[in-house]
Write a protein that binds this ligand. Sequence first.
Ligand code: HDE
Length: 708
Amino acid sequence: MKKDKDNAKDKDLKKNLSEAEGQTMTTNQGLKVNDTNNSLKAGERGATLLEDFILREKITHFDHERIPERIVHARGSAAHGIFELYESQEKYTKAGIFTDTSRKTPVFARFSTVAGSKGSADLARDVRGFAVKFYTEEGVFDLVGNNMPIFFIQDAMKFPDLIHAVKPEPHREIPQAASAHDTFYDFISRTPETMHNHIWVMSDRAIPRSLRMMEGFGIHTFRLINKEGKSHFVKFHWKPLLGVKSVTWDEAVKLHGADSDFHRRDLWDAIDSGQFPEWELGLQIVPEEDEHKFEFDLLDPTKLIPEELVPVQRIGKMTLNRNPDNFFAETEQVAFHSGHIVPGIDFSNDPLLQGRLFSYTDTQLSRLGSPNFHEIPINRPINPVHNNQRDGHMRMTINKGNTAYFPNSMGGGCPHLAKMADGGFTSYEERIDANKVRARSESFNDHFSQPGIFYRSLEDWGKNHVADAYSFELGKCTQDHIKERMLWLIEKIDKDLAKKVADNLGLKIPSKIEKPVNQAIGADDDGTKNEPKERKDYLDKSEALSQTHIKTDSIATRKIAFLVSDGFNAEKATAMKEELEKKNAIVNLVAPHGGTVQASDDKKHKVDAAIMTTESVAFDAIYIPGGAKSVKALKKEAKAKKFINEALKHCKAIAVDTEAEELFDETYGKDFKDDEAVCINKKPADFIKAIAMHRNWKREDQAKMIPA
Ligand code: HDE
């Protein structure tokens, strides 16, 4: 796909672009500068003079370069793109982006981890934020979601507690970007509503292979409103065309050190090379009259609607096709808000969503420092803004005239109001007749049924990974009573799972725990109104919850390491490279030294990475071409063997030419020669098929034994 030259947001951003090429350096006041290396001094050896306004300007600006990082989702990466609609959804909504198929709506999408600081590692076990800003003709619509379809808590009131518990412990600021510590488990073991999101975090969804290979979800139930004013409930989904793929925990840990920017780099490189990531937008529509027909409450954000009950209709596609020009100006200053909606979209009464509607503007006031943050180029809508809001810190707009109130006659009554027929926004007129109470509905009390469905829906390898993750995380906690409380809760989800985890922890699952189970809920009179209900298996499995439900044979953007040294077989390697590149995979030559390697054809080939500068976890697959001299040199490289052993352990595809078999035999590879994804002297097409598997999980039980 070509970049869209008519992208209205790109044009809008251009007004603020600054390029220094061919320009003279100036101060911020436009004064030409002829020395930026030396301060003004009394004599060559000092002292420095206060008069030096050029020094003072440079240092003062530098002193104030940082702004507070986001309180959550601080670590993020973003890109520009467009959204295109397949078919009008006017039956459900009057929103232009969902009814006008001729539009290419500009978008800016930011992906993030939740718990870590701005400089934390990308591969932390965590939820990923998936926030999309649509610059629509009717104003900005933000779909601020996550890569998991449910959230930890049911009421906004609990959010500060959740975040305080998961963030580094306050006395010593440890651990960074990790939930595996006492305070987090102390909190969630007393808050059973967290169990559903938590089991997703224990699954491979929390360690994606790429930001381009994860789903996105609006989580809350929203409303769509059509021209006739009729409302339907809706859940939003993003389905990645590259499928949903993850790395193993061992890789994630190693990537922390090998490339802590792994996801950021991957997103940037893919877009830079023209391999634009794509997601389809899906809707799950529930008519108002069906609101109460489910086993769960549609307003409870810890529940998803299984796709078996309400199918996801794919209505359009988002393509990310341009990297930001400046990280700070765009990715850091973008301000999302779940309350930014357009006519045709509205909120439900989900108590978590309701709280978010307050939080997002509020947080920008301290993060971006002014109520004028909507004027920052990345945040401003593409349609004109007119109202009577005025002044404030760093105001950019120069409002003309002498009226800044409504109604007025002196300004000709302007800006005037929009009639509904002209796109004026009105909230959905939901009837509410209720007592004012500080309480939670009993329909929110089922915390174990959906985690059970999720766990049962995983493949065996996925289930093993969940057991390993619980064991790792709880194993990092120091307090047995917290671990036991967790085991008691996990058993409510699945007995076998709890047993495995208990064995790994060397603990027994307690048969009862002290009451009340759910301390997250306020004390009602007899303390039982919100006690969790027993699990109800109203659905055995849901295929959509497993990673394999989005099928793809694509190996596009997969990174393949060719392990080579001087004398490698040029003919075979070139043939393999050509076939892989035809499928848009990325081939890197990894050699014992940097510079170039001389192949059997006497030609010099540029080395992409010297083996000491990279790790096998940075690649999706390995190919070892023959060439006696090359193989002999690689046999002397311990790191080459480590490369192979790790790729085997992580269940990756490996192709080996016959001549390179003697190297392979010196690794654990010798025990895996019959493996489906190990291709010894096979055709490129076989290797491509093996890479497309992503991982041969069947290998995992045996590969776990490799001490790499
Ligand atoms: Fe957020 N969240 N959140 N959140 N959230 C923020 O806003 C908050 C929640 C999500 O890339 C903050 O600008 C409250 C659910 C994303 O810039 C803050 C509650 C979901 C991002 C905030 C929630 C999200 C944020 C911090 C409970 C998934 C990053 C900086 C009531 C549906 C957006 C900022 C970006 C960011 C508050 C719960 C997603 C503090 C109070 C549920 C993707 O306003």
